[in-house]
Design a protein around this ligand. Sequence first.
Ligand SMILES: [Zn+2]
Ligand SMILES: [Zn+2]
Length: 296
Amino acid sequence: MASRAATQSLLTTLSLDHPEWRPLLVLVEQTLREMDRAPWTPCVRTRKAYRGDERPLLDGAIITVAPGAIDRWIHRILKTADEAGTEVDPLVIAIEAGQLDPLLFFEAALSQDVDRLDDLARVHDDDRGVVRALAPLIAMPMLQACRKAWAARVPTDWAHGYCPICGGWPALAESRGLDGTRYLRCAACGSGWRTDLLRCHVCGEDDYEKLGSLVAARTLEQHRVDVCDGCQHYLKTITTIAPIRPHDVVLHDLGTLTLDLAALERDYVRPAAAQRVELRVVTKTSRLRDLLGLRS
Ligand SMILES: [Zn+2]
Ligand SMILES: [Zn+2]
């Protein structure tokens, strides 16, 4: 409960500071609420992770979702977006006409495959970027459930810049605790993993002459943007005492947008696409039918 209250307080602060973001914040709030629902506690099979592994755990996963859960969630987020003033008609029409399969939309969103999402957008006349904007929110409840289910399987020596659970790039880094240990945090699934202090998370550059920082001070926290001149990517770093709660990484990402703008002004960018993962989403009528081997 305390965690939910803290999340709500973050949302309220963002909404007061940035009233122009309210259409987006309404969707984020809906997504955070959706994470507490049962259908996303995943029934997944995945390969075992091993030391030295380079593939995120989502790669190769088969995710079995209760019937109706995906349809219900996608309809709900489209309805919320519509009520908040986002133009979603082309997608609603395509789903109602049976031309856009919610399960395929969901699968593309989970895999964070921008090429697949852009294909969907093109085919369904989404020229306003709604597919790309909604996909991370559509995927988030399931990805957060995957993180909960798989966290113990992440190799302890995971040394990559991308997320060991979902393959996404970190939204930010935490400089955590009194000793400033550095953790990368994924907004999509909420996961966090330890990393070297002086190394680019994208290209692995460790020559300090090619690494730099843009610093911004706030009242209580120190924020900075770490940049790499080897690959022109950047990463926001915020100082924390305790780990940011997994559900709240997305809110801290939004709350530090000024740092993104500072980086973009200097021509640094975030990596364009997540690691490619192959996964399959299937529905089943019920766990009991499956266990009994009954087929409809
Ligand atoms: Zn992740
Ligand atoms: Zn780099």
